[in-house]
Design a protein around this ligand. Structure first.
Ligand SMILES: [Mg+2]
Length: 187
């Protein structure tokens, strides 16, 4: 069981449709949409802090829920690829980091994300690991698990490291502010 995952969550739909991410019928180009988390789907509500470390420290960014409603879930699977160096620094546990991302997806979709669809790199930025973006390993794990080729995968993020990760994985990339039709901060 992934760290932080739960056996049940009252009020959360656990329908087969939520876990039926394989064997999808092809329609359109992208069958897998991978999202960065911080600055793309959620923001930290603590002033001066980049990422949330606790339940009451985050909120969804504008247009996230609305845009997800427009995606035909029968034809496109979702994944998360998030650098979580706060775990390395001891700001939060791996279990908490996972649960906060899981809660984020539950708030967005109403479903518990299928096991494996939340990928985190919890290493130090200087560890030289293969998973921290801009390295492509988290994206490659998601594509392999969901059996979707890079050509049919779209990664959405807000940092140059996200764009480079997509390039290194061979998949398409879109900036979060474009995908979610948001104004860039300061623009
Ligand atoms: Mg980000």
């Amino acid at each position: 069981m992934p760290p932080g995952s739960r056996e049940s969550a009252p009020g959360v739909v656990l329908a087969a449709a939520c876990t039926g991410v394989r064997g999808m019928i092809e329609r359109g180009k992208h069958r897998l949409i991978i999202f960065d988390a911080d600055g793309t789907l959620r923001r930290c509500t603590v002033s001066g802090q980049k990422c949330p470390n606790a339940d009451d420290q985050w909120e969804l960014l504008p247009n996230v829920k609305e845009k997800f409603l427009e995606i035909d879930r029968e034809f496109a699977a979702f994944g998360i690829a998030s650098n979580q160096a706060g775990v390395h620094y001891g700001y939060l546990s791996e279990r908490m980091a996972y649960r906060l991302l899981e809660d984020m997806m539950i708030e967005i979709t109403g479903c518990i994300p299928p096991p494996g669809t939340i990928q985190m790199c919890t290493h130090s930025p200087t560890a030289g690991c293969a998973c921290r973006k801009p390295h492509p390993l988290m994206l490659q794990r998601l594509m392999r698990m969901l059996e979707v080729s890079p050509a049919r995968t779209l990664f959405i993020g807000d940092m140059e490291s996200d764009e480079r990760a997509a390039g290194n994985a061979g998949c398409d990339f879109l900036w979060a502010h474009e995908f979610f039709s948001r104004e860039l901060a300061g623009s």
